[in-house]
Design a binder for this molecule. Structure first.
Ligand SMILES: *Cc1c(COP(=O)(O)O)cnc(C)c1O
Ligand code: SF4
Length: 295
């Protein structure tokens, strides 16, 4: 179990069902073998070219910048990802950067992980500098949970580093419940927005955490109050050990519909599923019609 103190402080003491606690607390239920839940639910290992560069999305390359995170989310779809087999930093990054440089079809790099902001400013600056040198790259995207779980990481210096490039830069954070966005997270998000960075949020639909329309509405409103727009609401990737978080497709679709009725369009996240081998997220309704996979 790994959870920053500041995030733990947002939990209600003594409540075993606290929605923040539930995201980080290991339960015996993780050990159950459940049909359909596997170690690589989204086909990352087959998309990974061996250097932590995933090219499964058109025009975008996803670089696993580091395996480290500040928090261990129990439902993480990469909870079994073989980070250790990625090898050592410098060589691996050089190969990944060379692959990006030789493919002019890539216009956006997504720094992912783990959490790319676990890298210190110097290493991040070096990495971004090397991406800068690749002329066909136009956009830089950072997928990070740190503004939420470790807001102190979002320093003025980091914001200047992220803002001081020729890239159009997007930060995609990850919050699942409005209680995650306390005053410190709000201030961190304001610093990012103050640096002219676009900030979107992705959430995972999680039983016992945010599987209620009131919670999801409150999340959308809280995000907007922090200057962030909702982007994706992911149906859970069926990763081994996370079956106790599953919400059925039928309930997920119902929640999506209620959200559309209750919120302005810009606060309604896209309810999607990742299907292995497909290069984009699929709207859940379409995926269910296709009979892709059911929860
Ligand atoms: C879907 C996904 C992406 C690509 O995101 P888009 O916003 O659809 O381009 C990148 N990283 C992860 C972890 C994803 O699930
Ligand atoms: S922060 Fe993201 S990558 Fe890290 S454990 Fe949580 S869901 Fe997984």
């Amino acid at each position: 179990m790994l959870v920053p103190r500041g995030f733990a402080a947002l939990m209600t003491p003594g409540d075993p069902c606290d929605p923040l606690l539930r995201q980080v607390l290991p339960l015996r239920a993780e050990r159950l073998t459940v049909a359909g839940f596997s170690r690589d639910p989204v086909g990352d290992t087959s998309a990974d070219l061996g250097h932590g560069l995933l090219r499964k999305y058109a025009g975008r390359a996803l670089l696993i910048a580091t395996g480290g995170c500040a928090v261990h989310c129990r439902y993480c779809f990469r909870r079994h990802f073989p980070y250790a087999s990625l090898g050592l930093g410098a060589d691996r990054t050089a190969v990944a950067l060379a692959l990006i440089a030789e493919d002019p079809g890539i216009s956006e790099v997504i720094l992912s992980g783990g959490d790319p902001l676990m890298l210190d400013d110097d290493r991040l600056e070096e990495l971004i500098g090397r991406l800068h040198a690749i002329p066909h790259l136009k956009r830089l995207r950072i997928h990070t949970r740190l503004p939420v779980v470790l807001p102190s990481r979002i320093t003025g210096a980091l914001c200047r580093l992220l803002a001081g490039t020729r890239f159009a830069t997007l930060v995609v954070i990850h919050a699942n419940h409005p209680h995650e966005l306390g005053t410190q997270a709000e201030n961190a998000l304001r610093r990012l927005r103050g640096a002219d960075l676009a900030v979107l949020n992705q959430s995972v639909l999680l039983r016992g955490v945010n599987d209620a329309v009131d919670t999801l509405c409150a999340l959308g409103e809280r995000l907007f109050a922090c200057g962030v727009l909702p982007y994706y609401l992911h149906q859970l990737d069926p990763v081994e050990g996370a079956a106790h978080f599953a919400v059925s497709d039928a309930q997920a679709l119902q929640l999506g519909e209620e959200l559309r009725h209750r919120l302005p369009g810009y606060l309604v996240p896209r309810l999607v599923r990742e299907v292995p081998g497909i290069g984009s997220k699929i709207p859940l309704a379409e995926s269910v019609r296709n009979g892709d996979r059911f929860l």
